[in-house]
Each structure stands twice: as structure tokens, then as C-alpha cells.
Write a protein that binds this ligand. Structure first.
Ligand SMILES: Cc1cc2nc3c(=O)[nH]c(=O)nc-3n(C[C@H](O)[C@H](O)[C@H](O)COP(=O)(O)O)c2cc1C
Length: 299
């Protein structure tokens, strides 16, 4: 298949500008390997690992199966042993980091010294400008309707807004799970997309079967955004939080019963291998680009 050449694919060394989202309790080594081997960038969130040893086991498994680039989401906050986690990731050759909590500056020098890049999750131009001041390499534009913690501005507005005001590479996050949606994000100026909700319903995701089926059955109206579960606005399958009363402790098994998903549940029709999802996105991306270019007449 063709290679799609963007600022992001050149910067990170992947064939396709698609990040398989780092997802709490969903993305582990199986999903990362499947996305990476399909030509995208697989990513894990470090809060999935209770100890540095657990993380080491996972990175070891990934490296047994693929030597392609991978990414991690790091929470640079007091809650995690992030210094040791970071050192381990760098030892394992991780070159792409997404920061979602805390000050990205804390990791920038180390990551840059190892030839890596750091992108920050942002939901506004103010956050984007603050991240730029700290020396960040790029932004993840977390839009409204995205799975997990989400913003309030749609992708169609947020991506070009960040591009024009912050002038850094922008990855679009939120509502992108098909090749056509990917074309739209790239047309808006994104250098890559991140897809999360679509990958919950894959063979390699660690979501349980009921969660995968609920994602397939749901439509956008079944998703609610609330801050009552984590303290920050986050999208959930409404039914899974109907009986919610108190926030579980970090590391509690109860998190498994609270199902986060974004509005792109609308595009999830079946449970498939993650590699096929990525390949299909790429194929559709190429077809849509061709159709669009064929519709333009210069005469
Ligand atoms: C179940 C779930 C868990 C998530 N957990 C994390 C996480 O731990 N760290 C993170 O950076 N993003 C997390 N996200 C957000 C994704 O990385 C990504 O930005 C988002 O899924 C993109 O929007 P989409 O779901 O519409 O594709 C999560 C998303 C979902 C659906």
C-alpha cells in the first residue's frame, strides 16, 4: 500500500499519520503491536501500569514483536512514578510522548536528548500557547465528542484555530475513525489523527466483550460528557454510569465497569482486528482523496 507523507510521518518515522490512541485499561501491548505493524503509531498510557516492573514487561513484549516506532502517554503529575517510567521508555527507544497532565517541560530535555518528540493534549488556544512557551513539539487538538477527556470545540473549528494561532504541528483527536473523517482532518491542517473509540471494538483491545458490544450498539446520543467521574469533562456510555455514586480509587477494579467512549461510536459496526481497521482507514483515505481530486476541474 502507499505511504502517506506528512510532517508527522516524517518526524516520527511511520508509514501513516494515524495514532492508535493510548487508552486507559484498553491499550496494552497487543493493540500497540497491531497498530504499529499496520503502519500507524501504537501508543500506551502509562497509568495502565501499576509498577515500573509492569511497564517493563509490556515494553519487553512490544519489542519482541515489533521494532516500529511506538508512543506513550505520560502523566507528569505527583500520582505516578513518572521519572522511572520515563527513563524506562527512553531505554526501550520510545520516541513519541503525549503529555496530558502536568508540565511537559519536565520531560522535554530528556526526550529531546534521546531524539524524541513531545506533543501535549490541549483543548484551547490558551493551552496551546502555554505549551509552545514551554518548548513543546506539537499539539493534540482534543475536540468535543472525543473519547476520554474531551474538549468543548469541534474538530472542524479547533484544528484550524490551533494551527493559525499557535503555529505548531497539530494532531486531530475526536470523532475520527474512518478514512473520510481523516481526509477532513488533514484538509483542516492536521498532520495526523488519533483514533480511540473505534479501536475499543477490536480483537486486541482489553475492553471486555460487553463493553465492545455496547460500543457497537451505541449511537452518538448514547454518549454523555460529565466531570462527575474523574473531575474533568470526559465522555461515557451513558448506561455504564447510570448507577455511579463515588469515584473509585486509582487502581480499583471498579474502573472496568465505567465505559468511556466518544461520539464516533456512530461509525463502529463490528469487532475487528485493529490492523484491519488501520488498513481500511488508509484505503478509504486514498480513495476519498482520488474522488475529490477527480471532482476538480481547472477548465
Ligand atoms: C476508553 C478511553 C480511554 C482513554 N484513555 C486515555 C488515556 O489514558 N490517556 C490519553 O492520553 N488519552 C486517553 N483517551 C483519549 C484518546 O487518547 C484519544 O484522544 C481519543 O480517544 C480520540 O477521540 P475518539 O475516541 O473520538 O477517536 C482515552 C479514550 C478512550 C475512548
Amino acid at each position: 500500500m502507499a505511504i502517506i507523507d506528512t510532517e508527522f510521518t516524517r518526524m516520527i518515522g511511520v508509514d501513516y499519520p494515524i495514532i492508535g490512541a493510548p487508552m486507559f485499561l484498553i491499550s496494552y501491548e497487543e493493540l500497540v503491536v497491531a497498530v504499529a505493524e499496520a503502519g500507524g503509531l501504537g501508543a500506551i498510557p502509562l497509568p495502565n501500569f501499576k509498577t515500573v516492573e509492569d511497564l517493563k514487561y509490556s515494553l519487553g513484549k512490544i519489542r519482541e514483536k515489533t521494532d516500529k516506532p511506538i508512543g506513550v502517554n505520560i502523566h507528569v503529575s505527583g500520582k505516578f512514578e513518572w521519572e522511572d517510567q520515563l527513563a524506562l521508555c527512553l531505554d526501550y527507544g520510545v520516541k513519541f510522548f503525549i503529555t496530558s497532565l502536568g508540565d511537559p517541560k519536565l520531560i522535554l530535555d530528556d526526550v529531546h536528548a534521546h531524539g524524541g518528540k513531545v506533543f501535549a493534549d490541549v483543548i484551547s488556544v490558551e493551552q496551546g500557547l502555554r505549551a509552545r512557551e514551554r518548548g513543546i513539539d506539537g499539539l493534540i487538538a482534543v475536540a468535543s465528542g472525543a473519547g476520554g477527556h474531551c474538549g468543548t470545540t469541534p474538530t472542524t473549528i479547533l484544528v484550524p484555530y490551533l494551527k493559525s494561532k499557535v503555529k505548531l504541528p497539530v494532531v486531530a483527536a475526536g470523532g475520527i475513525s474512518t478514512g473520510a473523517q481523516m481526509v477532513s482532518a488533514m484538509a483542516l491542517g492536521a498532520c495526523a489523527v488519533i483514533t480511540g473509540t473505534r479501536l475499543i471494538a477490536t480483537h486486541e483491545s482489553r475492553a471486555n466483550q460487553a463493553y465492545k458490544e455496547a460500543v457497537m450498539a451505541a449511537g452518538p446520543d448514547d454518549i454523555v460528557c460529565t466531570d462527575k467521574i474523574t473531575g474533568n469533562p470526559c465522555t461515557w456510555l451513558a448506561k455504564s454510569i447510570e448507577d455511579f455514586t463515588t469515584r473509585p480509587e486509582l487502581g480499583s477494579k471498579k474502573w472496568k465497569d465505567l465505559w468511556s467512549a466518544g461520539q464516533s461510536v456512530a461509525q463502529v459496526e463490528e469487532i475487528r482486528p485493529a490492523g484491519e481497521v488501520i488498513e481500511e482507514m488508509v484505503q478509504e483515505y486514498l480513495e476519498v482523496c482520488q474522488t475529490l481530486s477527480g471532482s476538480v476541474s481547472t477548465g
